[in-house]
Design a protein around this ligand. Structure first.
Ligand SMILES: Nc1ncnc2c1ncn2[C@@H]1O[C@H](COP(=O)(O)OP(=O)(O)OP(=O)(O)O)[C@@H](O)[C@H]1O
Length: 307
């Protein structure tokens, strides 16, 4: 696989505070890379450095195999971006905004504007001024603008903000289509883990400015395990009984009342029977699957994957 975007020890300090620390990211050509992290983790700052809007304090960025410098306009022209909320000429229509953008980018292909508007379902907005668009329509127009010039890399900072569930599904399908059919590489940040889970090939997890994990979804799915979770009044006694009577060693006490058993050979009925016969109350018991959310939370809490 070819690496389309790579950062080497990328670091940014604002007023003496390091907000991005030695980040080494690797985005392969053709993949959808999901960038996950809580508010303030540093995602937007990294994206701004990749588009030359913010200058790194240290480290560097390689785009399309070339080092990014202050004058790398030819590299930036091969990217489509939405960073923070897209800004438009408010009094102009969707089409007029895209025409201006194409002119600015030196991209002369009127048909591409029709195609982009069609892809984001904004063909029937006519002469309506963008100031009268809903937030979701503006987000869709931002995506149209980012894809009009047929970029090789699309970089989208929280692009589904403001969209309703139907809109989110449409945009998710659009990204997948752009990736599969047009071979566009996509870097997308989102707080909505389920969205990333359904779209991304690779995820990069960032917390406090550090990239704490870069892993393929395939690897995460392989690590995904079934477990039995139960709520009880006495975790300590329950854990002791399960170990003594059923030989369970792979369990995790989640809090004062919740235990997870990661042992596929132990049936749920044996757990219930053992605990009830020894006067431990079970308030609820379920079979569950560890999801990306569990994985993400365990990383952010400083642990490894639960398994
Ligand atoms: N221009 C700036 N001057 C000073 N501090 C800044 C500046 N831009 C960002 N920061 C700080 O850098 C940190 C990272 O912010 P950033 O916007 O990159 O995070 P984020 O992961 O994109 O979060 P969010 O999802 O909330 O946008 C935050 O603590 C933020 O306050």
């Amino acid at each position: 696989m070819t690496c389309l975007l790579r950062t080497n020890q990328l670091t940014k300090t604002f007023q003496g505070k390091e907000v991005v620390s030695n980040v080494n990211m690797n985005i392969q050509k053709g993949e959808i890379y999901g960038f996950l992290g809580p508010n303030g983790a540093g995602k937007t700052t990294i994206m701004k450095m990749i588009t030359n809007l913010v200058k790194p304090t240290a480290g560097d960025i390689e785009l399309f195999g070339e080092k990014l410098t202050d004058t790398s306009y030819h590299l930036l022209g091969r990217m489509g971006t939405i960073i923070e909320y897209p800004v438009f000429y408010d009094k102009l229509s969707a089409r007029e905004n895209l025409e201006l953008h194409c002119e600015y980018m030196g991209y002369h292909n009127k048909q591409a504007i029709d195609e982009a508007l069609e892809l984001v379902k904004l063909t029937n907005t006519g002469s309506k001024a963008v100031k009268d668009f809903s937030l979701g329509m503006k987000q869709r127009l931002g995506i149209a603008r980012a894809i009009t010039t047929k970029p090789e890399l699309l970089m989208l900072d929280e692009p589904i903000n403001g969209l309703d569930p139907v809109g989110i599904k449409e945009i998710r399908d659009l990204f997948k289509m752009l990736s599969k059919e047009y071979g566009i590489t996509i870097l997308i940040s989102s707080h909505i883990l389920g969205e990333i889970e359904q779209m991304a090939d690779t995820i990069g997890v960032i917390n406090h400015g550090k990239l704490i994990e870069e892993v393929s979804m395939e690897q995460i799915r392989e690590k995904n395990t079934e477990y039995i979770e139960f709520t009880t009044n006495d975790c300590k006694k329950a854990a002791f009984l399960l170990e003594k009577h059923l030989g369970v060693s792979n369990l995790r006490v989640m809090d004062d009342h919740i235990i997870r058993v990661y042992d596929p050979s132990v049936p749920q009925s044996s757990i219930t029977k053992t605990l009830v016969m020894n006067d431990v109350v079970i308030e609820s018991i379920h079979k569950k699957n560890s999801s990306l959310e569990d994985y993400f939370l365990s990383l952010l809490n400083g642990g490894g994957i639960v398994a």
